[in-house]
Design a binder for this molecule. Structure first.
Ligand SMILES: CC(C)(COP(=O)(O)OP(=O)(O)OC[C@H]1O[C@@H](n2cnc3c(N)ncnc32)[C@H](O)[C@@H]1OP(=O)(O)O)[C@@H](O)C(=O)NCCC(=O)NCCS
Length: 183
């Protein structure tokens, strides 16, 4: 969906723009998807699973930009992508269409500067405007940094999914389930 750009000042004094992700960022997004999935084990995608073409990525970003029920938010610092976050509906069926789901990842060099907090606060503000009642998310149990961010932004732990992820090294990892009420 389209939404207004928001400018924030980072803890190191730099300026960051939160803006709708769009086809003009497609090339940067391909690099972002590959690099962020290699920098942390806590994302669902492994680096070798990033197989989009530039044209395909442009098409996806263009479609999501016009989708009134999907938020794709890029954080841009000095003209380059620092991170991306998204919120999308869980499903169309009436019993679940009050819920949406959130994901976020930044390049490691931008961790700890306040971008995550600003993005989650802006994305949940937009999600409430769209009309969703709650935001759900899953986070790997060992990912304490992300859980601290979510708690700071008002998310509450509701449960735990056993052995939700199987890493390439053969280890299983539980996920913590969290949600934030938007009403
Ligand atoms: C998780 C992530 C999005 C956090 O974004 P961020 O911009 O670094 O977060 P912020 O700078 O806004 O910090 C938010 C809070 O997290 C906590 N935090 C920050 N760094 C931390 C660290 N190294 N360890 C523990 N908690 C930490 C602090 O409580 C901080 O609040 P404060 O600024 O009031 O001290 C970012 O680290 C990231 O992209 N990680 C890799 C991908 C990932 O794990 N995504 C989530 C998948 S569920």
């Amino acid at each position: 969906m389209r939404f207004l750009e928001r400018e924030i000042t980072l803890k190191d004094g730099r300026t960051c723009i939160l803006r709708p992700n769009a086809p003009d960022l497609a090339e940067g997004m391909l690099e972002y998807l590959k690099k962020t999935s290699a920098e942390t084990p806590f994302l669902l995608r492994n680096p070798d699973e990033v197989n989009y073409t530039l044209e395909g990525e442009k098409e996806i970003l263009g479609r999501l930009l016009e989708d009134p029920y999907t938020i794709m938010m890029a954080a841009v610092v000095d003209g380059k992508i620092a991170g991306n976050g998204s919120i999308s509906g869980i499903g169309e069926k009436r019993k679940i269409r009050h819920r949406c789901s959130l994901a976020i990842a930044l390049y490691e060099e931008f961790w700890g500067l306040g971008i995550g907090t600003a993005m989650i606060n802006y994305m949940t503000e937009l999600a409430a405007q769209i009309g969703w009642h709650q935001v759900d998310l899953e986070v790997v149990v060992e990912n304490e940094q992300a859980q601290a961010l979510y708690r700071k932004c008002g998310f509450i732990k509701t449960g735990r999914r056993h052995n939700a992820l199987l890493f390439d090294d053969g280890t299983y990892h539980d996920e913590i389930l969290m949600y934030k009420n938007l009403k």
